[in-house]
Design a protein around this ligand. Structure first.
Ligand code: ZN
Length: 106
């Protein structure tokens, strides 16, 4: 055994795995419907954007979110809506992407 000091590897590992879990949860949320501009949730009308966005829990902690902004935007020539939501519990913010059926090209 060498004389090197050990610095509580268990505690450091725990902190690292929590950060990893949060990163994984956020990555999963980006892969889910609405998580990115190329995989929007399709809705019938713009009035559904905010109520629908609020049904999606926080990517980090699953708590309720509130919509802080609702914008019309264009991605790759496709008109999209983006709802910016903020978690009521942890404050994490993220965009949720929507495409309106009336705005589909075909
Ligand atoms: Zn949260």
């Amino acid at each position: 055994m060498g004389g090197r000091k050990k610095d509580r590897p268990g505690q450091r590992k725990q902190a690292r795995s929590l950060a990893k879990i949060l990163r994984e949860r956020e990555a999963l949320a980006k892969q889910a419907a609405g998580g990115a501009p190329d995989r929007p949730i399709v809705l019938e009308s713009a009035s559904q954007v905010e109520p629908r966005a609020e049904t999606i829990g926080c990517a980090r902690c699953d708590a309720e979110v509130r919509v802080t902004a609702h914008e019309a935007t264009v991605s790759d020539g496709i008109p999209l809506r983006v709802a910016r939501v903020q978690c009521k519990a942890c404050g994490a913010e993220r965009p949720i992407w929507f495409r309106l059926r009336s705005a589909l090209p075909n």
